[in-house]
Design a protein around this ligand. Sequence first.
Ligand code: GLC
Length: 407
Amino acid sequence: MISTRLQWFADARFGMFIHWGLYSVTGRGEWIFNRERWEMQDYTMLAEQFTAEDYDPKTWAKIARDAGMRYAVLTTKHHEGFCLWDSKTCAFNAVNSAAKRDLVGEYVTAFREAGLKVGFYYSLGDWYNEDWARGFNGDEAAYHRFMQYTRDLLTELMTQHGQIDILWYDLPQCYTALQWQAVDLNHHIRNLQPDILINNRAYTSEDFSTPEQHITAAPSGRLWESCMTLNNHWGYCPHDDNYKTASQVVLNLAQVASGGGNLLLNVGPTPQGKIPQPAIDILKQTGNWLRQNGKSIYEASDRHGLSFNLWGPVTSSCNDMYLHLKNYWGNEIIIGGLNPNVKQAFLLSTKQPLKVARRKHQTILSGLPTQSPDELITVIHLELDGKPEQDISRVIGKADIFPILTD
Ligand code: GLC
């Protein structure tokens, strides 16, 4: 049994990651300070162009909600060190930029009002902070100063905006949990926000794992969330048109659901504060699909190994099984080695019933429309007389079993 504190996350399935900061001004991603070897005094000038003039977090929240997302995680401070909130600890913040606003406070209010859970991404590493930037090199005083700085910023974040649902750490690589004083720090966080979920990126395991740009289920009983870009960048990049299609997003959702996980899908708003139109369009299509087929994602999170097929990801819940047809072949689908019998089979979106027959180790579904009835991914819903299990050893000799590559 999962605790009530964690239950919403276990059920959420889909969230919005938002990478927004001064790097958005250049449109070349959030690592530019480091990779282009900027001087901080030049980099801070970008704040003059970070206007946020079109920032309307209510619109962001509506986009997320309409996409079927149930929570969001905003970069309150990325590695660059720029704080999107009204910080008293760090002057390099949004109120002192062209934006002149507490962008985090407005985000929290808007997303909460829209019924979404609210998360804060926080980069532990900080290129703006001189102690961090110089490297401590045995300088105890510098190290302690930086730890206090980290604690002060996090305390602000945990006390200025009411309830916060997720703390999403990043950039621990160069440091261990011990050096981050992560146990003590998280104890402090949980005192301020008793119901918060914390990720594993300060090197303590905490509440959930964070596979990045791939979908790999954590061991049973452990919460997890795959974070992914929608194109190839986290931060705003107008030149990157390599967007995932809505069908790919749906297939990713089916894959996370089959392992009981979540998908945290990223958008990178412009420095003016607009989510790019291609992202809006993809999220809208995904939301439309979820409104018709969401049962196969939100209500099906039994972990299983039902991947022996050529059509696409399978999700399940008790005796219900959902086939997501990445490959649509018209009239007929054959399931190899399905143990239980099918009591009823139909298309999830139209409820059209399908014919079911059994031939030795094959379950044959027929009567599907010639053309895929769903614009994105058609789902077949099977009601079985037992839990879905596939016995593929009966179909081919054990020695012949090899993994099917799905991509
Ligand atoms: C990668 C990127 C970082 C980004 C993070 C999100 O680690 O380097 O910039 O914020 O992914 O998970």
